[in-house]
Write a protein of this length. Structure first.
Length: 700
């Protein structure tokens, strides 16, 4: 056999590379050449009638009029499969070019390649032969095609975007990665994508698609009738959409034939029905033109087949004719809401929403409500704020008669929250909270002002005997947190003599120079004692952070300009402060005991309630103090306790289906035991040796 190869076959292969692009629309090409995984599990042809609203966005991907395409929509629309998977298939077969697909993380890029792009290419008979036959050309993140073009699956990083030219850059799940808002200080992911395609001029295309993920920046924002398609003020995919010609999906009323937006606001259901499952089954769609409110789910598919994308500044007639002059822009942008999603029924949409509202009313947490509005409805979320300002006097009136610094019935675990105060009045401000599935109790509040460093051995007064605490200057002063918090038990309110110990301590790690270093050192010291899991170091995050708590491991070993002794070995929890404060504020507004209620003991002074009400939302929708000198520690520390719920996963119903032993009733709770039980006593009762701290009339 001739190892040099077959000349005729080589000639045919080379000839195929010289062919011009196949002149057919993206939609036609995907239907003809791309195979997708069907609900049955088999691979088959892609059917545009399943998601007819994707035809126009797909065909616009090769438009030479626009530099970029932005698609905002809910989950279950088929947008990713069409705009990402489908466009990759079109590129490989019809118009080969260098293409970059950006996933939210490196792991997701590998998963996307392994589970979606790889199988799609391998199961599409017209695409598989176009892959390079050389094994090293086809790996998890990179694929080389016979035509010489290059397909790369990557993630948001400066090194990915820099010094490379790509004709097409596709970014998926844009709002699921905060990194895409600013990629290592180089600018937004979409701006960087545009730069990479700039060399190709009108033949280049940058694509971003996602469901919304960021909150509305102005909580008082209301739609303007002059710009009905404008996305609410936000960042991420919504802000990108506003840069384009702002197309919204309209569909026709079966009764009058007039078109109206396929939006959430036109769904109706029985609001008097208390059973949310039954209420969701009554959902219909209402036409704003003829008032027909009896459009049922059965009419959805015919309405979708006749739907049209209408740009801002344009109108559509009953016959489906679009008139008007679209916005003159380099970007074509689409916004579709949940009612039009092919793989989401109206009943399920309403049920998810009512279920989230019920959870919000019960717990004060807005996360389920945000999730369903973002991912099911495809709309931006505005964090709920109370209609009335929290009143210090009104909160103080709710105080309950309790046994001082005892654990009341109902408390299942304790979280101690610590704020580091700098300046002349250096101290640790400590607030201990009792928690159950939904309710919170204020157990203790005090300051740690004295260190264990002896100033005068002969002095009898603690303030004369011991030096003032200095969290920034003395690493050993952090051991006071172990002695006075972790090693201490709080008596149960059942006369059994048993005590409950703190399960988790949440501590601010910033402040004066030196505080962060000493906080990291303290964590490492606890690790030698196998107690590091009891410390959660926290830091406030950006106002656009999507996650309530995000874990980072700072590493400054290669940064000479950084002072903090971060080596990548200490987890730092970045908090979405605005959202946490919204949750706490809503819990504080509940006046009667029950889910979401915060209990206060009657021994706290007015100063505490003044701290609770020191902050409010400003005009930009951010929590802040009008009077910067007014203390706010009580509110901040309650928010730390709220963050602990997210870190411990106790905010999820799933956790409480089978709670861990530290969140069980007292008789089986591992943090509850008698102080005389030497087998369970903590750290040889080191608290007995600590200097006595004043515990009354503490002002922060």
């Amino acid at each position: 056999m001739n190892s040099a190869g077959d000349a005729q076959r080589i000639k045919r292969d080379i000839a195929s590379l010289l062919k011009p692009p196949i002149r057919m629309s993206v939609t036609e090409a995907i239907q003809e050449y791309v195979r997708v995984k069907l609900p049955s599990g088999n691979w088959g042809k892609w059917d545009i009638e399943t998601t007819p609203y994707m035809r126009e966005p797909l065909d616009m991907l090769t438009s030479r009029k626009y530099r970029g395409l932005i698609f905002v929509g809910p989950a279950r629309t088929g947008k990713s499969q069409a705009l990402i998977d489908g466009f990759v298939g079109y590129d490989v077969k019809c118009d080969p070019s260098d293409m970059l697909v950006v996933q939210i993380t490196k792991e997701k890029a590998a998963e996307f390649s392994k589970k979606r792009i790889g199988p799609m290419l391998e199961n599409s008979p017209d695409l598989l032969p176009l892959l390079s036959p050389r094994g090293h050309d086809n790996n998890l993140h990179d694929k080389v095609l016979r035509a010489g073009n290059y397909l790369k699956m990557a993630w948001p990083a400066k090194s990915i975007f820099a010094s490379s030219e790509w004709r097409r850059v596709l970014i998926t799940d844009y709002d699921r990665s905060a990194t895409l808002l600013d990629v290592e200080g180089e600018g937004s992911g979409f701006d960087l994508a545009l730069k990479r395609t700039q060399t190709y001029r009108s033949r280049g295309m940058a694509v971003a698609e996602s469901s919304p993920g960021y909150e509305i920046l102005d909580p008082d924002w209301e739609p303007d009738p002059a710009t009905p398609h404008l996305f609410p003020p936000t960042v991420g995919i919504g802000a990108l959409y506003n840069l384009g010609d702002r197309r919204v999906l309209y569909w026709p009323c079966p009764s009058c034939g007039e078109f109206f937006p396929a939006n959430w606001e036109y769904l109706r259901w029985d609001t008097t029905e208390k059973d949310i499952r039954k209420a969701s089954r009554t959902v219909t769609c209402c036409c704003p033109h003829c008032g027909d409110s009896e459009i049922t789910q059965l009419a959805k598919q015919p309405m979708l087949m006749a739907s049209r994308w209408v740009p801002e500044n344009c109108s559509i007639s009953g016959g489906g004719i679009i008139t008007g002059k679209p916005i003159d822009t380099d970007f074509v942008s689409y916004w579709m809401q949940g009612p039009a999603a092919s793989f989401q029924s109206w009943e399920q949409l309403v049920y998810n929403y009512l279920s989230a509202v019920k959870d919000y009313e019960a717990t004060g947490s807005q996360e389920k409500l945000k999730t369903t509005i973002n991912t099911d409805q495809g709309r931006a979320y505005s964090y709920q704020k109370s209609d009335r300002k929290r009143s210090a006097d009104r909160l103080a009136e709710r105080a309950e008669v309790t046994t001082k610094r005892h654990v009341p019935n109902g408390v299942l675990f304790l979280v101690a929250c610590v704020d580091v105060q700098a300046g002349k009045d250096r101290r640790f401000v400590v607030q201990v909270h009792g928690n159950s599935q939904h309710e919170r109790w204020l157990i203790d509040r005090y300051n740690i002002k004295l260190s264990a460093r002896v100033k005068d051995e002969n002095a009898t007064e603690p303030t004369e005997r011991y030096h003032q605490i200095d969290p920034a200057g003395y690493p050993e002063d952090w051991q006071q947190l172990s002695r006075l918090i972790l090693d201490r038990g709080y008596p149960l309110d059942d006369e059994s003599g048993r005590e409950m110990h703190v399960h988790l301590m949440v501590c601010d790690h910033g402040g004066e120079d030196g505080v962060s270093n000493n906080a990291y050192s303290y964590y490492r010291k606890l690790r030698t004692e196998n107690r590091h899991h009891k410390l959660m170091l926290v830091k406030g995050g950006s106002k656009t952070q999507p996650d309530m708590v995000k874990i980072s491991r700072p590493d400054n070993t290669k940064r000479a300009d950084r002072k903090a002794d971060a080596k990548g070995d200490v987890p730092l929890h970045i908090l979405a402060t605005n959202k946490l404060k919204d949750n706490v504020s809503n819990k504080l507004e509940r006046d009667t005991a029950g889910a979401g209620f915060v209990h206060f003991p009657d021994w706290l002074g007015k100063w505490f309630y003044d701290e609770l009400t020191a902050e409010s939302r400003d005009e930009q929708g951010h929590w802040d103090r009008a009077n910067k000198k007014r203390p706010n520690e009580a509110f901040d520390l309650l928010c730390y306790n709220e963050a602990a719920q997210y870190q411990l996963k106790t905010h999820t119903p799933k956790f409480w289906q089978s709670p861990l032993r530290w969140a069980q009733p007292w008789d089986t709770n591992i943090n509850v035991y008698h102080p005389e039980d030497q087998n369970r006593a903590p750290a040889a009762k080191a608290a007995q040796a600590a200097p006595r701290q004043r515990r009354v009339r503490y002002r922060s």
